[in-house]
Design a protein around this ligand. Structure first.
Ligand SMILES: Nc1ncnc2c1ncn2[C@@H]1O[C@H](COP(=O)(O)OP(=O)(O)OP(=O)(O)O)[C@@H](O)[C@H]1O
Length: 210
């Protein structure tokens, strides 16, 4: 599988957020996306995930068989997208059934993120870092070659960050591709990096606030 992104531009509301973002990723590649608050990092992931139309430019996935782009990706956003009333194991079982192409069973994914002891706990009882680990465990319950991760280390302690880096490197070693936004350094080997710069405000709008 290969991901080719050409000359993307993004508008939010009436504003141009960024221009001219291009990159190409092959199996095993990781791309780290940096930039200031509001630069458009999450918006870029939204475009890659098919959740937001670009103002211009193209996103192409090749050598992915007959699967569409949405069927090839895991998207872990700022919000954990977990159901608070369901247990951790029920959340992962639901994700596994919903996503298709199953990989690890829910209990094995819980073990991989160090939360096997919390299998029967409703997600609403978990701490922020534990909820983040459950969200990340979704990466393991279905085979999807492209991982789009929005600030994946947020709320994670040092040990959990190490666990996450291990999962990411294993995914790359298996031929997966990762695009991750971050404000903190990510310990990924030979990762590519792109810095998103907010497009300048046109002079006709200058003075109307950012
Ligand atoms: N649905 C929306 N409608 C209008 N503007 C939006 C919408 N979502 C985001 N924006 C704006 O788009 C800009 C880019 O937001 P985005 O969340 O992509 O930035 P970011 O680089 O991920 O920021 P951060 O580092 O703070 O997470 C911001 O100015 C934000 O207010």
């Amino acid at each position: 599988m290969r991901l080719d992104v050409q000359n993307l531009a993004c508008d939010r509301g009436e504003r141009r957020i960024f221009n001219a973002v291009s990159f190409a990723l092959a199996p095993g590649d990781a791309l780290v996306v940096t930039g200031r608050n509001g630069a458009g990092k999450s918006s870029l992931l939204d475009i890659l995930a098919g959740r937001l139309e670009p103002a211009s430019g193209t996103v192409r996935l090749s050598r992915s068989g007959d699967r569409s782009l949405p069927e090839c990706l895991h998207y872990i956003g700022h919000r954990d997208a977990l159901k608070a009333a369901l247990t951790t194991e029920e959340n992962l079982t639901f994700a596994r059934d919903f996503l298709g192409d199953p990989a690890l069973p829910a209990h094995a994914a819980l073990e991989a993120v160090g939360l096997a002891h919390a299998a029967a706990l409703p997600v609403g009882y978990l701490s922020a870092g534990q909820r983040r680990r459950i969200a990340l465990a979704r990466l393991l319950v279905a085979h999807r070659p492209l991982w789009l991760l929005d600030e994946p280390t947020s709320a994670l302690d040092a040990a959990s960050q190490d666990m996450l880096f291990g999962l990411m490197e294993r995914h790359r070693a298996d031929g997966g591709i990762i695009v991750a936004t971050t404000h903190a350094p990510l310990a990924l080997k030979d990762a590519k990096e792109i810095r998103i710069e907010r497009a300048p405000v046109p002079s006709s709008l200058a003075g109307e606030g950012s």
